[in-house]
Write a protein that binds this ligand. Structure first.
Ligand SMILES: C[S@@+](CC[C@H](N)C(=O)[O-])C[C@H]1O[C@@H](n2cnc3c(N)ncnc32)[C@H](O)[C@@H]1O
Length: 466
């Protein structure tokens, strides 16, 4: 690989002879992995089901290495949301964050959603995930990934981190800042990171990271946990930014100890010799099968000293509580189609954004999020069309087959592929909406009439026909 000369010179100066190992690692093949979606099944159940070999990741119980020739994104189980395709070392940051059911967790830089979906798995449907992505074009993919995994307690926002402060001042138990960075640990996976790299880019990233951390500080509860991670090696974006942050705000570093990961933050790479930075983790690709990362865990001591002074910026929200009249067509659908347990659980949390109906996560008030640019204010249930309610892909994926009253569970892989390609299914079933499954897991919706099921799998997600 043709590494930038400035990068090589800098790493050689910092790492001396160790840098040869780093440069060699860029010539090695990348590692591939998948992570179990424990909202749907256990890692043991997943590895039994899969038609390919898996090998456990030591620092993440839900993670597996897979062989390089496997195409995990082509298997119907992928479309069932049973796993997320994720490079194994990228699983470490959320392990350090360790979200627990009931926590309020913010993923500030969330797209495409590898870490958000991992957080949601750990929350087990209890508590709140706010997944924020600044770049609009990336936020759509985040949304699709969250929906495929059947996550019901997430809000997806498309905001500058500082814009969240007004709504969520000192509100989160745990925050992940998986920062935009110069990507030196990704050169082998992402050619764009290699071609965009320059010393100036490193400096520009530091500016962004400082701003994001400032917001994270204001969003975190006193006593809350902040994990900051990057996929780059530069001390400016790692040790030094944390050194500056803790010299400004009151935080304690907690050791990131994950089995199989043994490199640490380097005191000699800080400006003033910060011993505690050794509690941070460095993942070096010459020592571990995977890409390069830096992960640090910080615990906030006390409250922010200043008042929340942010001002409300956006015009009146389009999000509104759904009235009985609004809900007529939805209720007809829900009573006919959903089990009482599922339907009643959504109870008082139904809101409209235009013609779209959402169930807000429990404990979230309209006033809290009304001013935000919301991509998904909760679980998308469907859309009101002329005189009818059309259930959404997100609802299908959040449902267990046992929670729907009309189900067509496909047993055969070819039939599943046909459905995913957008074909109608030649299966007779009760007229109306049908939850389509594959071997016990939901895949999407169809609508039955006259012995056929019309395909309602979202057009943009269909497997292209060869
Ligand atoms: C390393 S990626 C996040 C990867 C993600 N956490 C995952 O695991 O899939 C960083 C993200 O930060 C976003 N970003 C870029 N500039 C930003 C800024 N100024 N503030 C917040 N996020 C930003 C990028 O668009 C990108 O999606």
């Amino acid at each position: 690989m043709n590494l930038p000369q400035d990068f090589k010179d800098k790493m050689r100066r910092l790492m001396k002879e160790e840098s040869d190992g780093l440069f060699d690692s860029y010539e090695q093949p990348e590692s591939k992995g998948i992570r179990t979606n424990t909202l749907k099944l256990s890692p043991q159940e997943l590895s039994k089901k899969l038609p390919f070999e898996t090998q456990g990741v030591t620092w993440c119980n839900e993670g597996f290495y897979i062989d390089s020739e496997v195409r995990p994104g082509k298997n119907p189980y992928y479309y069932c949301g049973l796993y997320y395709v994720q490079e194994p070392t990228a699983m470490a940051a959320v392990e350090a964050l360790a979200p627990e059911p009931g926590d309020w967790v913010l993923d500030l830089c969330a797209a495409p959603g590898g870490k958000s979906t991992q957080i949601a798995s750990k929350l087990q449907g209890q508590g709140l995930l706010v997944a924020n992505e600044l770049v609009n074009s990336r936020a759509g993919v985040l949304s699709t990934n969250i929906e495929r995994m059947g996550i019901a307690n997430a809000i997806i926002t498309n905001e500058f981190p500082e814009r969240l402060v007004d709504s969520f001042y000192e509100s989160f138990d745990k925050i992940l800042v998986d920062a935009p960075c110069s990507g030196e640990g990704m050169f082998r996976k992402d050619p764009g990171a290699l071609s965009d790299w320059s010393l100036e880019r490193v400096d520009r990233c530091v500016g962004k990271q400082e701003k994001i951390l400032e917001s994270a500080h204001r969003l975190l509860k006193p006593g809350g946990v902040l994990v900051y991670s990057t996929c780059t090696f530069s001390p400016e974006e790692n040790e030094q930014i944390i050194e500056a942050f803790v010299s400004k705000y009151s935080y304690a570093l907690e050791s990131v100890d994950l089995p199989g990961l043994e490199d640490h933050g380097r005191t000699e790479w800080t400006k003033k010799g910060m011993p505690d930075i050794a509690k941070a983790l460095r993942i070096m690709p010459m020592k571990v099968k995977g890409e390069g990362h830096f992960i640090v865990k910080l615990v906030k001591i006390g409250s922010c000293t200043e008042e929340n002074t942010a001002t409300q910026g956006y015009a009146k929200s389009r999000l509104k509580k759904a009235t009985k009249t609004d809900l007529g067509d939805y209720e007809s659908f829900a009573k006919l189609f959903l089990t009482e347990g599922f339907y009643k659980n959504l109870g008082n949390r139904l809101y409209l954004l235009g013609d779209h109906l959402y169930a807000l996560p429990e404990g979230i008030l309209l006033e809290t999020i009304a001013n935000l640019k919301l991509l998904r204010p909760g679980l998308h249930l469907g859309e009101f069309k002329k005189n009818r309610f059309e259930p959404s892909y997100a609802l299908a994926m959040a449902l267990r087959l046992s929670e729907a009253k009309n189900v067509c569970d496909l047993k055969d892989e070819v039939q599943a592929y046909n459905y995913l390609k957008g074909q109608a299914l030649n299966v007779g079933t009760q007229k109306g909406w049908v939850l389509i499954g594959y071997q016990g897991n939901s895949l999407g919706f169809g609508k039955a009439s006259e012995g056929m099921i019309k395909n309602h799998y979202p057009k943009g997600l269909r497997i292209r026909k060869k």
